[in-house]
Design a binder for this molecule. Structure first.
Ligand code: GLA
Length: 726
């Protein structure tokens, strides 16, 4: 709920468990007076406005030192606040000082859409939005800061819009989406770090003086870092302590920066990376910056996780599959790589369908002359020699087996060896007259161009109309470099990366509008574009090209910290694992994949019989637990990162009558065949029976005294433990 306290000039934004206060100071500035546990009254003393601003000045309210110490709601460039700012606009006169003054506010029900961008949404009775208008009279810029609170989650969504209200051209040089100020103190920063096949590993460190943060300048959110940071009290843990989370609803370049300053206070900012970015605004034009989510939790990481999971399930993912059991798929990538034709796929499908698998996904290699990653991206036409009866011939046969059919595309890419490149070399992102660098032997298509997006849309939609296709895996396999568009004038080249992402969003929007029942799974060389922006279009994203069950523990732990399990693409693959060469039990591979969307990525005709025999059992487990895993509350119980022994997570059904624990003993220990884990999220007074064991206990007992995990022997072995109320 949002209120304006006229007497104190304070906006109070309350979620169920938190309060965010913005104060108008001296009728001009907008300051962040408080963010934290819920307050029953508005306050401003936290701003310490009556104190000298920590400088040896005679005039203790001198402007520059005042700017440099006030906790700002949205700091701007050049005024004398020397901490990291959020907004820098270059005027026609060539200066870039932005001095915003408060103008007006509006509180509305619901939540407005963000034009062309993914964003959280809510019905009128589920959210309220505060829009504050700020103005820089000198350059003629109007800034709207919008903050939305939701009735059912402790998250606040905010965004920024700039309008050129002057008669001259303005250039946005930097427009971040949000700022979070924390009072003097000691804090840790948690980020999700990684690499290809090692995405989103939890990284926690103490915040020291100076800058620290994460960013991507790769054109996508990337494998390496993640558009998310959390700031924690040093003693905050999984289940207790104060945690602030910031998450960016965007899929392109970003930065998230944390700065501890001379007064020990901390400013965090997040938004589109300002490097290689500028945006020209003519008179009357507006720029809408992407949305940022902030969360405060007084109950440790759990509270932040739950707020984000709830927000994304109820207010971000739109797919009709959100609350549906997804078909168990088998993807042929690790089974065949490029070496396949219709017969080979059909033989996999036949065997898979007899084992209970429900959908065949045909991966890379079905189009143009594509026999390796050297060619044909952009030529989205089925290779006739591989499919004598056409795509439809294969799909019909797969459908006759009772299976659905899915297909892989990499729409944003172009191979130099392709008919498309030969016809339109200027459609690739490159500097004219210079040879652009290849990555995976391919260039990036200039998706800032409407003609390019339109062309690719026509090609994709033709394929999708040509057969009964239920699923698309949308891949993106290289970063952007050599930034230049043949289509943009010189003073707009800085718009390329952002316009590119808008083109991607536009195409995905068109696809899911034209094919509303298409199950779209995003992917980028594994999990290189796993972000809230993509979730607006696809309910699931391929988590990582690393399908090893043990590597996946850390990847899925980091991913599940901020994303619902229902979004995490996870498959059982063959051993030795293709990425790390590790052998793990087939059972463990199944248990780990069950904690995501669940599927297979292997050749069912070539795996050991003993493994194959387990598939129907795993399929049965999926059908038994899919609803619980998809809709349940997730709790991280233990991490191998900290135990160096085992890893455990659990999900509890919304009515708390059921729970499922996944326990993986990564490395066995002597004299430790049994282990005790403390559960969370159960109903204190409910009695739970442990499936297949003659044991029951109250929820309070299992949470305080713990649950014994019995007879775990050997490395890489796992248990799935089901609890049901009795
Ligand atoms: C990427 C994806 C893989 C696979 C290959 C195909 O690496 O992450 O799953 O689709 O491309 O080229």
């Amino acid at each position: 709920m949002i209120r304006f306290h006229e007497d104190k000039k304070v906006f109070q934004l309350d979620t169920t468990n938190s309060t965010y206060l913005l104060a108008i100071v001296e009728d001009e500035f907008l300051a962040q007076a408080y963010y934290g546990e819920k307050l029953a009254e508005p306050i401003t003393y936290t701003l310490r406005l009556d104190e000298a601003p920590f400088t040896p000045s005679q005039n203790n309210r001198d402007r520059v030192s005042f700017y440099d110490v006030l906790p700002m709601a949205y700091p701007t460039h050049g005024i004398g606040d020397f901490r990291e700012d959020c907004l820098n606009i270059c005027s026609k006169a060539g200066h870039s000082v932005v001095k915003l003054a408060y103008q007006s506010y509006e509180i509305t029900t619901g939540k407005p859409k963000l034009k062309g961008l993914p964003a959280t949404f809510a019905d009128d009775d589920q959210a309220q939005t505060l829009t504050i208008k700020m103005v820089d009279q000198a350059i003629g810029a109007e800034v709207e800061l919008a903050y939305s609170v939701f009735s059912d989650t402790d998250a606040i969504a905010s965004s920024v819009k700039v309008r050129n209200a002057s008669k001259d051209t303005l250039w946005l040089e930097k427009i971040l989406s949000g700022c979070l100020e924390l009072p003097a103190g000691q804090y840790d920063m948690l980020s999700l770090h990684g690499s290809w096949a090692r995405e989103r590993h939890v990284e926690r460190r103490e915040i020291g003086f100076g800058y620290q943060g994460v960013y991507s300048k790769r054109g996508s959110s990337g494998h390496q870092d993640h558009p998310f940071i959390a700031v924690l009290e040093p003693n905050a843990s999984q289940a207790s302590g104060h945690v602030y989370g910031m998450h960016f609803v965007y899929s392109g370049n970003y930065m998230a920066q944390v700065e501890k300053n001379q007064f020990d206070s901390v400013r965090c900012v997040m938004g589109i990376h300002p490097e290689d970015f500028s945006f020209k605004l003519e008179q009357g034009e507006t720029f809408q910056a992407p949305e940022m989510i902030r969360v405060f939790s007084a109950t440790g990481l759990d509270g932040m996780t739950h707020a984000l999971h709830d927000l994304y399930r109820s207010h971000l993912i739109r797919s009709p599959y959100l609350h549906q059991k997804r078909p168990i798929l088998i993807n042929n990538w690790e089974a065949t790589y490029f070496d396949f034709d219709a017969d080979k796929l059909l033989s996999i499908a036949k065997e898979a369908s007899s084992l209970g698998i429900e959908m065949l996904v045909m991966d890379d290699g079905w189009f143009g002359k594509r026999t390796s990653d050297n060619m044909s991206l952009g030529d989205w036409v089925v290779t006739e020699s591989k499919f004598p009866d056409g795509l439809c011939g294969l799909v019909d046969k797969v459908n006759e087996l009772g299976m659905k059919f899915g297909i892989w595309f990499e729409p944003e890419m172009i191979s130099p060896d392709s008919d498309l490149y030969r016809a339109h070399p200027e459609w690739a992102i490159a500097v004219a007259g210079s040879t652009a660098g290849l990555s995976r032997n391919q260039y990036v298509l200039d998706f800032s161009r409407e003609d390019v997006v339109e062309h690719i849309y026509q090609k994709l939609s033709k394929v999708l109309h040509s057969a009964n296709i239920a699923y698309v895996k949308w891949d993106m396999n290289r970063p952007m470099a050599d930034l230049a568009s043949a289509n943009l004038p010189a003073d707009q080249q800085g718009e390329l990366s952002h316009r590119y992402i808008l083109g991607v969003y536009q195409l995905q929007e068109r696809l899911i509008t034209e094919f509303p029942y298409l199950l779209l799974e995003n992917c980028a060389g594994g999990g290189g574009r796993f972000d809230p922006g993509m979730l607006y279009y696809s309910p699931q994203i391929w988590c990582s090209d690393d399908t090893d069950a043990i590597e996946r523990l850390a990847i899925q732990e980091g991913t599940a910290l901020i994303y619902p399990l229902s979004t995490m693409g996870a498959h059982v693959s063959d051993c030795p694992n293709h990425t790390v060469g590790r052998n793990t039990p087939f059972e463990t591979r199944g248990h780990v994949a069950l904690m995501g969307t669940f599927g297979y990525e292997l050749d069912v005709n070539r795996i050991p019989d003993s493994d194959k025999a387990m598939i129907p059992q795993q399929v049965a487990l999926y059908h038994q637990y899919a609803d619980l895993i998809r809709e349940g509350r997730y709790y991280r119980i233990a991490s191998f990162r900290e135990t160096h022994w085992y890893d455990a997570a659990m999900v509890v059904s919304p009515d708390q009558k059921e729970a499922l624990i996944i326990y993986v003993q990564v490395l066995a220990k002597a004299n430790a065949k049994r282990n005790k884990i403390h559960l969370r999220g159960l109903a204190e007074n409910m009695r739970y029976a442990v499936a297949n064991e003659n044991f029951s206990a109250l929820g309070s007992t299992l949470m305080r005294a713990g649950l014994l995990v019995n007879d775990v022997h050997g490395d890489f072995c796992s248990r799935l433990i089901h609890l049901k109320s009795v």
